[in-house]
Design a protein around this ligand. Structure first.
Ligand SMILES: NC(=O)c1ccc[n+]([C@@H]2O[C@H](COP(=O)([O-])OP(=O)(O)OC[C@H]3O[C@@H](n4cnc5c(N)ncnc54)[C@H](OP(=O)(O)O)[C@@H]3O)[C@@H](O)[C@H]2O)c1
Length: 232
């Protein structure tokens, strides 16, 4: 089984890499701009099942590096987890064009383009699964937080994209789902909301997402699922 995880250097993504690697036989293509933690993990585990790609998903050339790594593995892609994310917590009026673009580039435009790049490499014989990581902030009808207009609206966009692609990719035997996750104690949360204590640690959320990525497509397609015990 071949799995691509973006945003794999820390937080939930890094924990997903570790979780999957305990479940042999899998090959993980792990993508992030900083790869120090991933290279150390590969060395510590002495594993060939972790392929580390140093790349920025917002750059077309780096997305190409991901497809090259997949082709190099000689395996068809079973699961893509679009997990990399970027947050800006600022009053609406003071969000600059550059900040807005950086949030939308990472959270919407890059996953859109990465899916376009990787669909041709996805397994055509068995059902494959694209899991997009959204946020409760982007879930329709949920509580909203001041300061997250760019971030939460981008997470609503990736949720909408997931519904569209589930329909369009059905003939290719690809399921697409979106997890709108609640607060998890990661660097991203700590920077955006200093002092806030989340109910879940990254390894706990990672375990759920990994299980969902493997089994969820049997039960869901085109669904935006809230995964939160704290956010109404
Ligand atoms: N933590 C929460 O409470 C929470 C709640 C709702 C949703 N989420 C979502 O869950 C996902 C994971 O978040 P997290 O809390 O684990 O965040 P995190 O600890 O900040 O990790 C984010 C990851 O994304 C990578 N990344 C960011 N921009 C990238 C880019 N352009 N190209 C490649 N990799 C990139 C980072 O690696 P590099 O910097 O090395 O590239 C890092 O590995 C995100 O989509 C986030 O929006 C989190």
């Amino acid at each position: 089984m071949l799995i691509v995880i973006t945003g794999a250097s820390k937080g939930i993504g890094f924990e997903m890499v570790k979780h999957f690697l305990k479940q042999a036989p899998v090959t993980i293509v792990a993508v992030s701009r900083n790869t120090t933690t991933l290279i150390k993990l590969k060395k510590d585990l002495k594993t060939q099942n972790l392929v580390v790609v140093k790349g920025d998903i917002t750059k077309a050339g780096d997305r190409k590096k991901i497809s090259t790594a997949i082709k190099g593995s000689k395996l068809a892609l079973n699961i893509l987890i679009n997990n990399a994310g970027h947050i800006v917590n600022k009053p609406f009026e003071s969000i600059s064009d550059k900040e807005l673009l950086s949030v939308y580039n990472t959270n919407v435009l890059a996953p859109f383009a990465l899916i376009q790049t990787l669909v041709p490499l996805m397994n055509k014989k068995e059902k494959s699964h694209i899991v997009n990581i959204s946020s409760m902030g982007g879930f329709q009808g949920s509580s909203k937080f001041a300061g997250l207009s760019a971030y939460s609206s981008s997470k609503a966009a990736i949720a909408g994209l997931s519904e569209c692609l589930a329909e369009e990719l059905k003939p290719k035997n690809i399921a697409v789902n979106c997890l709108a996750i609640g607060a998890v104690q990661t660097e991203m949360l700590g920077k955006a909301f200093p002092g806030y204590k989340a109910p879940l640690q990254p390894n706990e959320m990672a375990a759920f997402i990994c299980d969902f990525a493997i089994n969820g497509h049997r039960y869901f397609n085109g669904k935006i699922l809230p995964v939160s015990s704290s956010t109404p």
